[in-house]
Write a protein that binds this ligand. Structure first.
Ligand code: PEP
Length: 268
């Protein structure tokens, strides 16, 4: 059963897709989803050049949709050509930033140390860090999933204070499930998310770990979302492909809302 206190977060990772007019049209098209009352936190993550277009469109329409970036540099300013810092993201009044997505680890050699530095700086600037972890196919096949995920979590959160943990989101994204159409089996996805929570409990205590939202990401779509979102330790989704079309993202937000309202009925 999804956890009512933590609530669900549904974040669309648009990667290097969409133009300005497509972002505007998407947000306009998503507006009806917000006509019903919603307890789900909805978010989109456009590329840097479209962050302010998304923010302006959302503001103009008065929608409760949040906007986050897909990456940032950990240094605040300086001679770092081509980089964008937490100061720039904060100026746009963003909700947060994705950190350590597997594509950043794979194509841009992003390390656990860098992800840890970025997490600390994002927190310092009041940005919600959404820290991505997850094993490669070879690592899963070799039986190393748990070791890999625990190591990524330990390193990403090193040096943080227990009080900061509720201001972070972890996204468990098995790399072999990203963009492949091969979703992780629901019980296994929940098992790894629970493992992450157990690791966070060991590092920071039960209160911090119970307040931490852990998302699942990897080929989430409307056929598998309800089962995934109803699990005890999955607090939402990080969604790539299915967040690119307004209809499929709207369906996912509606499903998340349904899961939340079923839990409300169950609790009452
Ligand atoms: C992602 O890019 O984080 C992701 C989960 O993509 P997809 O939903 O397409 O697997």
């Amino acid at each position: 059963m999804a956890n009512m206190q933590r609530g669900l977060l549904m974040a669309g990772n648009w990667k290097m897709f969409k133009t300005r007019s497509e972002v505007e049209a998407f947000i306009l098209g998503l507006a009806p989803v917000f006509q019903k009352s919603s307890q789900v936190e909805a978010m989109v993550c456009p590329s840097f050049t479209l962050l302010s277009t998304a923010q302006k469109t959302i503001k103009r329409m008065g929608l409760p949709l949040k906007v986050s970036a897909q990456n940032m540099e950990y240094r605040e300013e300086g001679a770092f050509t081509g980089e964008v810092s937490a100061i720039h993201l904060k100026e746009l009044e963003l909700r947060g930033v994705l950190l350590g997505h597997s594509e950043r680890r794979q194509y841009y050699n992003e390390t656990d140390v860098a992800i840890n530095q970025k997490t600390k700086v994002a927190l310092q600037y009041g940005l919600l860090p959404i820290v991505c972890v997850g094993e490669l196919l070879e690592q899963r096949q070799a039986g190393n999933t748990d070791t890999v995920v625990i190591e990524q979590i330990t390193k990403a959160l090193e040096g943080l204070d227990a009080k900061q943990i509720p201001a972070i989101v972890i996204a468990y994204e098995p790399v072999w499930a990203i963009g492949t159409g091969k979703v992780c089996e629901t019980p296994e996805a929940n098992r790894v998310c629970k493992l992450i929570r157990t690791q966070v409990t060991a590092q920071f205590g039960a209160d911090a770990a119970n307040a931490l939202r852990i998302l699942y990401g990897g080929s989430m779509n409307n056929a598998n979302a309800e089962a995934l979102l109803s699990q005890s330790d999955i607090d939402g989704g990080l969604i790539g492909g299915a967040s690119l079309k307004v209809d499929s993202f709207a369906e996912l937000l509606n499903t998340a809302n349904q899961v939340m309202s079923q839990q409300t009925v169950a609790v009452v």
